[in-house]
Design a protein around this ligand. Structure first.
Ligand code: VGL
Ligand code: ZN
Length: 201
């Protein structure tokens, strides 16, 4: 068992990010057994769930003529337009059926505001609107975070970078993550995480 000051943050292990899903990440389902095992070691365990309304601004389908995986400009900066995924209450938004969700202390949902995407578990993509996770973790006494889940180069990396900025000691279990890897996004995410002092394990 790890000390009470360490928290495990499991990012978006949802059907739509697994093979067969709307925004499938190659090998996304392979990380499930390892995450289940790891959960047993942590006192503080948090799941995140990408949770979008059907009219969400990050969906290419809501931008007439726009192709999935193209870029658009949002008030808060550039935004990738994704295939419709993780719609609130859909099967795609459900956790992978093999993931043990019962041991989790908290499930934090993100991306539920129509006009703004939220990759990070801590802030929406404007980098200022909080999800509340920082306060939860700090009030539980967590100082060190271990992150795993989907996808390495988007929600995991954004979460790790925000966590480091907030003063947590951060380790990303790269073996328990899988990447989308859009135009070099995985290499860029690795470089940014290393530069921010995140440990890649
Ligand atoms: C994610 C793209 C869009 C992720 C979520 O979980 O990495 N990526 N929504
Ligand atoms: Zn999303």
């Amino acid at each position: 068992m790890r000390p009470e000051t360490e928290a495990l943050i499991m990012i978006d292990v949802q059907n739509d990010f697994c093979p067969g899903g709307a925004l499938a990440v190659a090998g996304g389902d392979q990380i499930v057994p390892g995450i289940n095992d790891l959960m047993g070691q942590f006192a503080v365990k948090v799941l995140t769930q990408d949770w979008h309304p059907a009219d969400h601004a990050s969906f290419a389908a809501n931008h007439p003529g726009a192709a999935p995986f193209s870029l658009t400009d949002m008030p808060y900066g550039p935004q990738v337009l994704w295939p419709t995924h993780c719609v609130q209450g859909s099967d795609g938004a459900a956790f992978h059926p093999g993931l043990r969700t019962d041991p989790a202390d908290l499930i934090i949902r993100k991306g539920f505001r129509t006009g703004i995407d939220s990759y990070s578990a801590f802030f929406e993509n404007d980098r200022v609107t909080p999800t509340g996770l920082e306060g939860y973790l700090k009030s539980r006494g967590a100082t060190r975070l271990v992150l795993c889940g989907l996808a390495t180069d988007f929600c995991v990396a954004y979460s790790a970078l925000d966590a480091a900025r907030l003063g947590f000691a951060v380790t990303v279990r790269m073996d328990l993550c899988r990447a989308i890897d859009l135009d070099g996004s995985l290499a860029a995410a690795r470089d940014q995480m290393l530069a921010a002092g995140v440990t890649l394990a």
